[in-house]
Design a binder for this molecule. Structure first.
Ligand code: NOJ
Length: 497
């Protein structure tokens, strides 16, 4: 056999054509490569249009109160469980706190201009419960709510639609002290009262509310592993009860919003659903991935959207199963208007199996790729399968991607530019999968990129930077990264760029 010699470039082209199967389509790899070269040589306006998103697709960015606001002692705000947690030694990797964070409380006008510069049409932020009710319940603090009034007015003046999250983990410390936080259903009830109050006052301008951000993380990291506030490591029986009370809080808040908000206000959860991807795209694996998705989200989306815990969930919990009433399940499954999904990484690749559950979870090799944060596996197809499963399993008609993004390590160059090519690569690949989903009719109506700007990344402190804008935490200077240009162009063209 003659030894063929290829240049690196030729070799890459041949591999590429093999992947796309051009030769089997009757076009040689060389011809196809020539065509691709010819496309690239055309002026931009003559090229084939990039894959687009549906008309009216809503592009936004996301943040949360404790991660950006700072001003923790201003205008009557009460302490939250995160204030106490961050001030305990050994909880935060770089010993930082959210005391100042991005100082957004004072710089919100500047930050709204950052959104505007992107051309973003929507903004997902959270309301700090302890600003509104410093003691968790009782007398509201008008100055606390005023901050959100100012923010909403600023957003409206700049044509940006607000999407408000009611709970992004900053529980008033008073409720932790008084009731043991989410270990008690009194906290679920207090959450509903707070939701009712906020909806009554803000729903003239906020038309979309998210109840609780990532129930599953607050249960596991906050109450099982203790690496998030309130830093508890509960036994399984109590952990299951916390999970139930959080789901109950979601349902009670949905009802409270329906009862107190202006007509037409919409509400739903914002969950980081456990994502289950068919390891290889076969009908049997797809079905197995759907089964896995339903089971592995049993305490969260499944109970919220079906009004029951699955048999397998209850059987597995055994004597440690949560105590609940049929009325609780009815409340938890109060109808929602949409489902918000925080999508970052693949949790599981699923293979069909002839066992009692119908699936197995493929183990991850140590070499599986990840982004800067070690937990953040790179698996863009999760952005296709997660909303697709949710729409199909529970007949959900409206989905928002409430978070997606990555941290990275970059430094400004001498000219001040910041080349975060890893973030651009990540976003482009994830958005391509989102485009695939919308093109197939999966009802995703908007996307909120996490995050507008670097912020306080919980137990990773200020070290993990997720922003389109870099923040110098000494001077509070915001500098756009390359990814900000990427996102601006994506929004302007409503297409992947
Ligand atoms: C999800 C959380 O909602 C958000 O607060 C966090 O910063 C991002 N994940 C990145 O870890």
């Amino acid at each position: 056999m003659p030894l063929l010699k290829f240049s690196r470039r030729q070799f890459a082209k041949i591999q590429f054509s093999k992947i796309l199967g051009w030769s089997t389509l009757g076009m040689s790899g060389a011809t196809a490569a020539r065509r691709a070269d010819a496309q690239a040589a055309l002026p931009r306006e003559s090229r084939t249009a990039p894959p687009g998103f549906p008309n009216g697709f809503l592009w936004g960015t996301a943040t949360s109160a404790y991660q950006i606001e700072g001003a923790v002692n201003e205008d009557g705000r009460g302490p939250s469980i995160w204030d106490l947690f961050t001030h305990q030694p050994g909880t935060i990797s770089d010993r930082s706190t959210g005391d100042t964070a991005d100082d957004h409380y004072h710089r919100y006008k500047e930050d709204v201009q950052l959104m505007k510069a992107l051309g973003a049409k929507a903004y997902r932020f959270s309301i700090a419960w302890p600003r509104v009710f410093p003691d968790g319940t009782g007398t509201p603090n008008p100055k606390g709510l005023d901050f959100y009034n100012r923010l909403l007015d600023e957003l409206s003046a700049n044509g940006i639609e607000p999407f408000a999250t009611l709970y992004h983990w900053d529980l008033p410390q008073a409720l932790q002290t008084r009731f043991g936080g989410w270990t008690s259903r009194d906290t679920s009830k207090a959450f509903a009262d707070y939701a009712a109050y906020v909806a009554g006052r803000l729903s003239d301008r906020v038309k979309h509310f998210f109840t609780i951000n990532e129930c599953s993380r607050t249960v596991s990291l906050g109450h099982e592993y203790g690496s998030d506030a309130p830093g508890l490591k509960l036994p399984r029986v109590e952990l299951n009860q916390v999970r139930h009370h959080i789901a109950l809080g979601h349902g009670l808040a949905v009802q409270a919003i329906r009862a107190h908000a202006h007509a037409g206000t919409k509400v739903g959860p914002a969950e980081n659903a456990v994502s289950c991807i068919p390891a290889i795209d076969t009908p049997a694996n797809i079905r197995a991935a759907e089964i896995a998705m339903r089971e592995l989200n049993a305490g969260y989306l499944t109970v919220m959207l079906e009004g029951k815990y699955t048999d397998a969930y209850l059987a597995q919990a055994g004597a440690d199963a949560p105590k609940f009433t049929p009325e609780d399940l009815r409340i938890i499954s109060s109808p929602v208007d949409f489902v918000g999904l925080n999508v970052y990484m693949p949790d599981h690749y699923v293979v069909a199996a002839d066992n009692i559950s119908g699936f197995t979870l493929a183990p991850f090799p140590a070499s599986f790729p990840h982004m800067d944060a070690p937990w953040l596996r790179f698996g863009p197809e999760t952005m296709y399968w997660t909303p697709r499963h949710v729409a199909k399993l529970w007949n959900v008609k409206s989905i928002y991607i409430t978070e997606n993004g990555t941290s990275g390590t970059d430094q400004p160059a001498a000219d001040g530019s910041i080349s975060d090519l890893d973030r651009v690569m990540y976003l482009r690949n994830y958005l391509a999968q989102l485009q695939r989903a919308t093109a197939e009719g999966v009802p995703v109506h908007g996307y909120f990129l996490w995050s507008l700007l670097d912020n306080f990344e919980w137990s990773d402190g200020l070290e993990k930077r997720f922003g389109l804008y870099r923040v110098d935490f000494d001077t509070q200077r915001r500098t756009p990264r390359l990814s900000a240009s990427f996102y601006r162009e994506t929004i302007a063209r409503n297409a992947i760029v």
